[in-house]
Design a protein around this ligand. Structure first.
Ligand SMILES: Cc1cc2nc3c(=O)[nH]c(=O)nc-3n(C[C@H](O)[C@H](O)[C@H](O)COP(=O)(O)OP(=O)(O)OC[C@H]3O[C@@H](n4cnc5c(N)ncnc54)[C@H](O)[C@@H]3O)c2cc1C
Length: 271
């Protein structure tokens, strides 16, 4: 039995329900009113136009995997979708739901941060676009106001001289909550790192960019030594907790390993 709302704000959008309904069933509490947006055709779909990729909020993980264009414009997101839950969950879980649940282990968020994505938030009083990098404010908190619906996610089509990677470290390959998730994006210009984005999942209160690690690489010619220093900076910036899946110490070690590995792989693919 779900408790009744006590405030006027106690209304929530429902995407695929794979997070919200599970949480409501487990806790016995939840919003009094759910507004189903997961089946709205206008919120679902992928468009690529004028150098921008736009995903509707209700686009599912399976939609990402089924669209052959996504490997060209968001290979890193496809990598993540490919290890996301099992088939049934992928068919209903939406991209907006993954962002808005605010979990530090949400698997689509590191790749979207690596791609430099922004989110569109709409309410009765207007629309605004917020960089995903500035969206989360802490554990399951964000700048989204209660009356705002996340309607779309967009990012620039990556340049030819760029590469990106994602890795989900979990206890199993499928249907496992991420212990550490790392995503990187690197573009090169005149032999030096032009844009570097390094996103870390499950090692802090929310998915985060490691700006210190990015600064190590930015504007420099890539080398093994530089990559190792960036990985160290990412490790230092992470603040993982101990839980039933892994210790904070192990997670920190894995940030070092994965940032180093993914940066190396990305840069090797550009040479
Ligand atoms: C068995 C199982 C396996 C899972 N495996 C994974 C996994 O591997 N990786 C992973 O990251 N997650 C996983 N999850 C969690 C969940 O499937 C994802 O977070 C999913 O993306 C949530 O999307 P949804 O559409 O179902 O969101 P919902 O449950 O519908 O909503 C989640 C939250 O987002 C809000 N919301 C939804 N849409 C909007 C919108 N358009 N605007 C504003 N707010 C909105 C809701 O109000 C709610 O607070 C798993 C869940 C289960 C049950």
């Amino acid at each position: 039995m779900i408790a009744k709302a006590k405030t006027a704000n106690d209304v929530a959008p429902l995407g695929g329900g794979t997070n919200l309904v599970v949480e409501m069933r487990a806790s016995g509490v939840g919003p009094a009113t759910l507004v189903s947006v997961g089946q709205l055709a206008g919120l679902r779909g992928i468009t690529i136009a004028d150098g921008t990729v736009t995903i509707g909020a209700a686009t599912t993980v399976s939609d990402i995997l089924r669209d052959p264009r996504m490997k060209q414009v968001a290979a890193v997101l496809v990598e993540s979708a490919d290890v996301f839950a099992g088939q049934m969950i992928r068919n209903t879980a939406t991209v907006a739901g993954n962002i808005c649940c605010g979990s530090p282990a949400a698997d689509l968020v590191p790749p979207l941060l690596a791609l430099g994505a922004s989110v569109t938030l709409r309410s009765g009083s207007g629309e605004r676009t917020v960089p995903l990098d500035g969206y989360f404010t802490g554990y399951k908190t964000s700048v989204r106001k209660p009356d705002e619906l996340l309607t779309a996610i967009s990012w620039p089509v990556p340049t030819a001289k760029s590469a990106s990677r994602f890795y989900k470290l979990g206890r199993r390959r499928g249907d496992a909550i991420t212990m550490v998730g790392v995503s990187v994006f690197v573009s090169l210009k005149d032999g030096v790192c032009d844009t570097v984005r390094i996103a870390l999942g499950a090692v802090g209160p929310c998915v985060m960019r490691s700006k210190k690690a990015e600064a190590v690489m930015q504007g420099k010619a890539p080398s093994a030594d530089l990559i190792a220093k960036a990985a160290q900076a990412a490790t230092a910036e992470s603040t993982p907790i101990d839980d039933i899946r892994a210790s904070g110490e192990y997670r920190k070690e894995q940030v070092q390993v994965l940032v180093q590995r993914l940066l190396t792989q990305s840069l090797e693919s550009l040479s």
